[in-house]
Design a protein around this ligand. Sequence first.
Ligand SMILES: O=C(O)CC1=CCC(=O)O1
Length: 96
Amino acid sequence: MLFHVEMTVELPHDLPAGVADRLKATEKARAEELQRNGKWRHLWRVAGRYANVSIFDVRGPGELHEILSGLPLFPFMKIEVKALCRHGSAIADDGA
Ligand SMILES: O=C(O)CC1=CCC(=O)O1
């Protein structure tokens, strides 16, 4: 199943820079791993915001929740999820 996920990162202003840098580095490593194994299909920066729009390809909402709640930045993100299904006029066969 494909899901559209928008993640907005809100790090506390008083979070020490070293802690923030470590969180961002571990988040990046996990995001790269999930992209390599095909679960995190697209990762786009929302221009002008500390936010991303992503497409996940997972078995269902349970797996998506497991992945999202395990992200290092999860405690500092607002997340909106939309389930996707194939549009009848779409010509691309991209697994939806
Ligand atoms: O920067 C973000 O939008 C949060 C994030 C997701 C994957 C990653 O490396 O950073």
